[in-house]
Each structure stands twice: as C-alpha cells, then as structure tokens.
Design a protein around this ligand. Structure first.
Ligand SMILES: [Zn+2]
Length: 396
C-alpha cells in the first residue's frame, strides 16, 4: 500500500494522540519535525504491508508503553521475523493467529532479535521451536540474554548492594528492588529461556531475503551489540530500540558492570547512524514508523549533552548520584523507575568523568560524591535555559 503522509508538528502531540504513553516523556526535547506516514498501529494479530515483502505488526506491552512493533520480511520460501514480543500467553496466542492468517501458508524460516531485552526475545523459543528454524542475534546480545535468564542477578547480591549504596541509596532499597523484580516477572518482563543455539550476526553482514539485501548495522549503549537492519533499495531501516522517535531509550549503568560507560557508546553510535540517508523510513520497536532520522539523532545527542551540562552545574558542590535524579527527572519515581533513573544518572556521570569534567570520590559513608572540575564550566553554563526534566525513564 502507498502510505499517506501526515506531518506531525511535534513529538509531544503525537505521543499524546497515538501512543497512549504516560504523559510525554520527551516533552523537554527541542522537538524535531518528524514525518509519520501512518497514523495508527496495526490491529493486534493483523499485519500491515509497509513495502513489498515488509510487514508490520504489534504485540502488547504492560505499563505506560502499551505496544512493541515487530516486523516480517518475506523470502521466497518463508518469512523472517524481526523481534518477537513478551513471554506472555497473550503474545503467543496472537502469534498463532498471525501464523494461521497472515503468512500466506508459508512458514517462518528465521527469527532475528535486535537485542536481548525481554520484549524483543520473549517469544524467540516458541517461534523457533514451532518452525524448527534458527535464531539470529549478535553474539553479545545472545550471551547476555543467556546469562540474565539463569539464576539470581547482581541486583540481589552484595555487588548490587554496593552499587546502590555508592549511588547514595539506603541498604533497604535492595529489598524494594527484589519486590519490583518479582512484579516485573509476573508481567512477562523476566528473561525467558532462549533457544540453546543461534546464528551469529556480525556488523556489516548482509542478509538476502527475497529480492532484497538487508545490511546489519550495529549500535551500542541501550544494549551491548544492538542489530538494526538496513535495506538501501527499499530505503528502510528496522531500528529496534536503537532509534526511537518519541521515547528516549534507557541508557543505564547496572550493577553487573558498575564501571561501564554506555552513554559513550550511545553517543558514538548516534554519530555513526547520522550517515543514514535522511530519506530512510525508520521502523522502530516503539512508537510509529517515521522519516527524519538525522533530525532525531541530533535531537537525542543534544538532549544528552544538555543533561550532562545540567549535572555539571549541579555538581559545583559535591553530590550523590541519587541527588541528581531531580535534575534529570521531574516526578516521584517508583522503585523500578528509580533503578533505571539511577542507572541513567550514573551513565551521564561516567561520560563526564571520561571527559575530565567530573571527579568521583568514595567517602567514608560508602557513598560516591561527584564534583565538577572543569575550570571552563562557568563559561559554558546556562542554568536558566536547560530543557525541563523528563517525566520518568521508560523501561525498554
Ligand atoms: Zn530494549
């Protein structure tokens, strides 16, 4: 079908109108004018043709984000599935509807998961078992998923306790987190079992599917080795969570790698993705397909730069990571959001440390305190004209 073009004036309006998202998580951004060729998502269990051999479907998600977008690519002898939805019965049932009604009698021949998060890999075992077909992932994503799907995580160990105490949290926070993880698991956000083997995707690989070549483009920061698929002939990129038009992907430091610098990877990935032609239709995992990839990437880069400067301005007096949350987020955070928010604050601090703009000291009370050290800060600072704090971090 030929899509009708709707030019939407701002992400904020779009978020309210179409995505049912809680308030407007990106209202603080200087909004790029993106163009959305579709004004709504396909109905559950149905697919919508985006281009020849490319179909779009959605699956349910809990919480403020009510959907994930998945895609089907048609080959001569079957379909490639890109991302799979949460590991909940409702999603499995909808997949069976799709298998029965939407695949024209052809089987699924491969499953690609862009990255290891549960809303992307949740049904990978079900689909690959049902069709006895391979799972394709990058190596880091596959093994990260395997690692997180077994046994207690660092969230409930002394490593987790040390991480959160250093960020300024009380020891009792760990118990709150344990409760939160239980709740998440009952909503399908637990790590599901993965197929016991996989086919490795490398950056730069080409998957020939039907008449089209799809190149694997890899980003990092939201997850370690996130795969996007780009088809130059169709002018389409399936971007997963690497490039989203409305919400900002979570970029967090977690206890499992307390000295990680994911925001550095994220910013470098954005720089690389800026080479994507502006005429590309981006098919994201959340929100709606859109045009305007470079404007969106620039917007996200300046968003994180603005957040970092606001943090530097706050840290002219030594501050705990916890104390930076009001700088970044406007509202009360529940324990799950707190975990993501702290992770994001620490991600910004780590990049500032690498840039020699922030110094970190471990104090006797077990907390890290962060202090701005750039002599040039007074010249760069503009405390009265920062973006307003975000509504809250989104768990995707
Ligand atoms: Zn994700």
């Amino acid at each position: 079908m030929t899509p009708v073009l709707y030019t939407v004036p701002s992400n904020r309006a779009l978020s309210r109108a179409l995505c049912h998202s809680r308030a407007t998580p990106t209202q603080h951004l200087t909004m790029a004018d993106l163009t959305y060729p579709y004004d709504k998502h396909p109905e559950p269990g149905e697919t919508l043709e985006i281009a020849e051999g490319v179909r779009w479907l959605t699956m349910p998600m809990g919480g403020s984000l009510n959907h994930i977008n998945l895609y089907l690519l048609e080959d001569s002898d079957g379909w490639w599935v890109v991302d799979t939805g949460l590991s909940i019965a409702q999603t499995a049932d909808l997949w069976h509807q799709v298998f029965d009604k939407e695949l024209g009698g052809k089987p699924v021949k491969a499953v690609v998961c862009t990255h290891f998060h549960p809303d992307h890999i949740g049904q990978s075992s079900m689909i690959t078992d049902h069709f006895r077909c391979p799972l394709y992932m990058t190596r880091s994503e596959y093994y990260q998923a395997r690692a997180f799907s077994g046994g207690p995580g660092s969230q409930s160990s002394w490593i987790g306790e040390e991480f959160y105490v250093r960020a300024g949290m009380p020891r009792s926070y760990l118990q709150e987190m344990a409760k939160m993880w239980e709740q998440r698991s009952s909503h399908g956000m637990a790590m599901p079992d993965l197929p016991s083997g996989y086919h490795r995707l490398h950056k730069g690989d080409t998957l020939t599917i039907g008449a089209h070549d799809w190149r694997v483009a890899v980003g990092s920061g939201h997850s370690p080795e996130h795969a996007c698929l780009y088809c130059a002939a169709l002018g389409i990129m399936i971007s997963g969570d690497q490039i989203l038009p409305v919400i900002t992907s979570n970029v967090s430091v977690h206890p499992a790698e307390p000295e990680a610098n994911p925001l550095k990877d994220w910013m470098e990935s954005h720089d690389r993705f800026l080479a994507t032609p502006d005429s590309t239709l981006i098919l994201p995992a959340h929100n709606l397909p859109f045009y305007g990839v470079r404007a969106r990437l620039r917007e996200l880069i300046s968003h994180h730069e603005d957040r970092m400067l606001a943090i530097e301005e706050h840290c002219v007096e030594p501050a705990l990571a916890k104390e930076l949350l009001p700088v970044l987020f406007a509202r009360e955070l529940d324990s799950g959001q707190m975990m993501m928010a702290l992770g994001e604050a620490i991600a910004h601090l780590h990049l500032l440390m690498l840039r020699n703009r922030i110094e970190r000291q471990l104090h006797e009370d077990g907390h890290y305190r962060f202090l701005s050290i750039d002599p040039d800060l007074a010249r760069r600072a503009h405390p009265d004209s920062h973006d307003a704090p975000s509504d809250g971090p989104i768990m995707v």
